[in-house]
Design a protein around this ligand. Structure first.
Ligand code: SF4
Length: 275
């Protein structure tokens, strides 16, 4: 996580290190603070040292237990950090002041940038799937209206940054933005799904198609103002982070009247971090 400390009156930027997070399985855990601060040139060596400690000491002989969180549970953070320091050959700096700022937004829509007269246009990619042709078209729009840059977000959406105000109208009228809308329905706006059974053999259901059907059905029945975070995973590996959703859905198969049907286990009120 971004962090800063001061040195001789100057601000030194770097990162606080967290380890052992895993949202899948029966006992999901958030990553724990290792109480270590690294500057950018030490990120790779420290990450390697962490991996090497896990490689040499982690319970890797049992696939289900081959997780850093399991080793941390056995050792505790102090012992783990000491082992990383031995691997680095020097003590590591303790954690510095967090530089993260709370941001509850999703960048969908038109957001003015710090640079005067420029905006970023955030386009909703329904359930996070975009075709190759459409991605190429996004590239054309970015070149024509922006600075030939695109940003992809963790919510699986596409941002076109650096659009001058005078180009906004023409960009918003582009046909591609009818599919990838900067003003989507609140039911689909915060929906996240994992790959599903199109591309992942673990998936018990077609998460993308089911999520689209669900969003459409909810939109028909209920009018809401604020988006609801609906997150769906096709199996307990939890790539859709279903436990973090306000509504979480975990794909399953159930026998009903002798017939095996697609199904989902329902989770509610999930979040990441303190809120
Ligand atoms: S959650 Fe499971 S089904 Fe979905 S992408 Fe991950 S491994 Fe595949």
């Amino acid at each position: 996580m971004p962090a800063t400390r001061s040195e001789a009156g100057a601000e030194v930027a770097g990162f606080n290190v967290l380890v052992g997070g895993a949202l899948g399985g029966q006992q999901p855990e958030l990553a724990r603070p290792l109480d270590v601060f690294v500057q950018s040139d030490s990120v790779v060596p420290v990450a390697l040292a962490i991996l090497e400690v896990f490689r040499d000491h982690g319970p890797r002989e049992q696939r289900k237990k081959a997780r850093l969180k399991v080793l941390l549970g056995q050792w505790g953070l102090e012992r783990f950090r000491a082992a990383v320091e031995v691997r680095m050959g020097a003590p590591l700096e303790r954690a510095a002041e967090s530089a993260t700022r709370q941001h509850g937004g999703d960048h969908i829509g038109i957001s003015p940038q710090r640079q005067p007269g420029r905006s970023v246009v955030g386009c909703l990619v329904p359930v996070g799937r975009v075709s190759g042709d459409d991605l190429i078209e996004f590239g054309r729009l970015a070149a024509e209206y922006g600075t030939a840059e695109l940003r992809l977000t963790v919510q699986q959406n596409v941002l076109i940054p650096n659009v001058p105000d005078e180009f906004l109208g023409a960009l918003l009228a582009e046909p591609l933005l009818a599919t990838y809308s900067p003003k989507p329905s609140p039911w689909i706006r915060s929906m996240v799904t994992c790959t599903g059974n199109d591309y992942c053999h673990f998936s018990l259901i077609d998460t993308k198609a089911e999520a689209l059907k669900l969003a459409g059905a909810l939109e028909e029945r209920y009018e809401i103002d604020e988006p609801v975070r609906i997150q769906m995973s096709g199996c307990p590996h939890a790539c859709g982070q279903h436990r973090a959703g306000e509504i979480g859905l975990l794909g399953d198969r159930k026998r009903v009247d002798g017939e095996i049907l697609d199904a989902a286990d329902i989770f509610a009120d999930g979040c990441l971090g303190e809120d």
